[in-house]
Design a protein around this ligand. Structure first.
Ligand code: CU
Length: 164
């Protein structure tokens, strides 16, 4: 019985590797604090793709949002407008940054106000790498506009360490 279980675990592990699990790393996830009553919010993060070309197909954040969309921000005429994307392409070896004024994850039908200091789980679904879950800390809006502090490859999940 033990041998049987072990072989299942080994098989599962091998399949996960083949599916590209672990080839994608999420760095510096963060969400902007929302005003009371707001129905939408935004999540920013960096996607580091150490594997083959892949695509981000969608995101779930069901603890805080009814649904989400992938958005880009583009100048149309002289207005900055958000546009929905079906997917975000990730070239092999590329890092794609979702940041204010550019690509972002839109949280829609917010279930509660996002307050600085809170965290919520978010699942990103990639075409090849599958599902990747991260914990997203909520930060004050002022911090959002600054470029993200580099974390020296410490992925302990304690993003949002604000330095004075
Ligand atoms: Cu948006």
């Amino acid at each position: 019985m033990k041998t049987f279980l072990l072989s299942i675990l080994l098989t599962f592990g091998a399949v996960a590797m083949a599916a590209g699990d672990g080839s994608i790393r999420i760095e510096n996830p963060r969400a902007a604090e929302t005003p009371p009553g707001a129905k939408t919010g935004a999540v920013y993060l960096d996607i580091v793709n150490a594997g083959n070309a892949d695509r981000l197909l969608g995101v779930e954040a069901s603890d805080v949002a009814g649904h989400t969309e992938l958005h880009t921000t583009a100048l149309e005429g002289n207005m900055m407008r958000m546009r929905k994307l079906e997917a975000i392409d990730l070239a092999s070896g590329a890092t794609v940054s979702l940041e204010p004024g550019d690509l972002h994850i839109m949280l829609i039908d917010l279930k509660k106000q996002l307050l600085a200091g809170q965290n919520f789980p978010l699942v990103l679904r990639f075409e090849k790498a599958g599902a990747v879950q991260v914990s997203v800390p909520v930060q004050k809006r002022e911090q959002m506009t600054e470029s993200a502090p580099h974390q020296d490859h410490d992925h302990s999940g304690h993003a949002g360490h604000a330095r004075p």
